[in-house]
Design a protein around this ligand. Structure first.
Ligand code: GLU
Length: 476
């Protein structure tokens, strides 16, 4: 957090919203209606653990119900508070609108340090929290659909889904009450990697736009680009892994809670990930230079900076020392409104959170649709697709036999072409399409309107416009 007094996270989101709304022609009053959080519920509940009754405080904030269900993760952290949950719920509204996921925005949180509890205790706490929310319809397949966020994952979502099913034994759509579930409990392939995968697709799309690259004074492709990642959790790890293994990017810095690793030649992401799993942090990792003061690496030379941990890490205290020409916000709200202005003046290009990390909710949307349709994607058409490809291949082979020697198909091509798409491939294809399309809508506004100076404002304009149209269609 910044040592200099700055607006709160929620105020920061509101400031960014206002900057965009001022450039729009919204009917009087609609701007405020869209900006404010509709409702925030606080639940306090007791759980008997280790012979004592522990009281927990949890929140579920509903920002906008212009579309239902509302959607957004549940976070487990001691830092959870109403202001934060409301800011995150607002971002979910804009995020869903930008990537055309048909949801309103919501977010939840529980004040807890999950590392302090045994698994069976966490299950008890989660089930009780889920009960409190579900009985108020704050978990419900058609009204409010949570998902994982910081401190939660597949395991917690499975407990929540089961708790809801126990309370709603005749609801045939019960599984759609939460997303991010394990595959064997109604989840979907590719959900765990989705947010990191989305970062990769977002960057690939950015590097397809020479005009946008020029604004960041970057050229070429992702190949060889120097990347610094802050936070090697689920999102940071997958983004760094895909960018280095599949696009040739060089991960030169990894920042974690106990310091940072730096190596200009590139760091082996998989090896660091395993080290963290075994040792709890990056300290002692042998194949890169360790700095105890991790924040310094945030300010190191690189081409792309990926803050993938907490909000507010780039703030008034360090913004003018950030050297990266391109920042992609994998976390929600990592750049404060004040830092955003400083960076913009410096010419830094920021790919904003509401777009950059939308991969998670996009694949959640696919999971929800899968749950409601009660069938895995690709189940009906995969073999039929393969049979049709087989037809083409055998016809081409027949023709090739007529043409004589030298006309044969490479076995690699044949194998790839013959294989029908499975669920994972379909999910990735849908995510890629979503990320490309959303980037284009945002980038168009950035280039076409001289009064729009950055991608974030452009993203807000696209999102607010869509939410406004929804409200207008409802007669507001
Ligand atoms: N917690 C994630 C986010 O902030 C995912 C939300 C969801 O899948 O609903 O976008």
């Amino acid at each position: 957090m910044s040592p200099i007094a700055e607006p709160s996270f929620r105020e920061s989101v509101d400031l960014m919203f206002n900057r965009a709304a001022a450039l729009m022609d919204l009917p009087p009053g609609l701007e405020e209606k869209i900006r404010v959080c509709n409702a925030t519920y606080t639940v306090r509940f007791g759980v008997r653990l280790r012979g004592h009754i522990h009281t927990f405080v949890g929140y579920r904030s509903v920002h906008s119900e212009h579309m239902e269900p509302v959607k957004g993760g549940i976070r487990y952290s001691l830092a959870v508070n109403q202001d934060e949950v409301e800011a995150l719920a607002a971002l979910m509204t804009y995020k869903c609108a930008l990537v055309e996921a048909p949801f309103g925005g919501s977010k939840g949180g529980l004040c807890i340090d999950p590392r302090q509890y045994e698994e069976y205790e966490l299950e008890q706490i989660t089930r009780r929290f889920a009960y409190e929310l579900a009985k108020r319809d704050l978990i419900n397949p058609s009204q409010n659909v949570p998902a994982p966020d910081m401190g939660t994952g597949e395991r917690e979502m499975a407990w929540i889904a089961d708790q809801y099913a126990r309370m709603n034994t005749t609801d045939i759509n019960a599984r759609a009450c939460v997303t991010g579930k394990p595959l064997n409990a109604g989840g979907i392939q590719g959900r765990v990697e989705a947010t990191g995968r989305g970062i990769q697709y977002a960057l690939r799309e950015f590097f397809r736009h020479p005009k946008d690259m020029a604004k960041a004074k970057l050229s070429g492709s992702l190949d060889g680009k120097r990347v610094i990642v802050q936070g090697l959790g689920n999102v940071g790890y997958h983004a760094a892994k895909f960018l280095s293994h599949e696009d040739g990017a060089r991960i030169v810095g990894i920042i974690e809670w106990d310091g940072a690793l730096y190596d200009p030649e590139g760091i082996d992401v998989e090896a660091v990930h395993h080290w963290i799993v075994r040792h709890g942090g990056v300290t002692g990792y042998p194949d890169a230079t360790h700095t105890a003061e991790g924040g310094a690496v945030l300010e190191a030379e690189c081409d792309i900076l990926i803050p993938a941990a907490l909000e507010g890490v780039i703030n008034l205290a360090n913004a003018d020392r950030i050297k990266a020409p391109l920042i992609i916000e994998a976390a929600n709200g990592p750049v404060t409104a004040g830092a955003d202005e400083i960076l913009q003046k410096k010419g830094t290009v920021i790919i904003p959170d509401m777009y950059a990390n939308a991969g998670g909710v996009t694949v959640s949307y696919f999971e929800w649709v899968k749950n409601l349709s009660h069938i895995r994607f690709g189940r009906m058409q995969r073999r039929q697709e393969e049979a049709r490809h087989e037809l083409i291949i055998s016809e081409l082979e027949r023709l090739a036999r007529h043409m004589g020697d030298g006309w044969s198909m490479s076995p690699d091509f044949k194998a790839k072409y013959l294989k029908g798409a499975d669920e994972l491939e379909l999910v990735r294809s849908g995510l890629d399409d979503t990320m490309r399309f959303a980037y284009q809508s945002m980038s168009e506004v950035w280039h076409d309107r001289p009064d729009v100076e950055d991608l974030r404002t452009a993203a807000y304009i696209v999102a607010i416009d869509r939410v406004a149209k929804s409200y207008r269609a409802k007669g507001l």
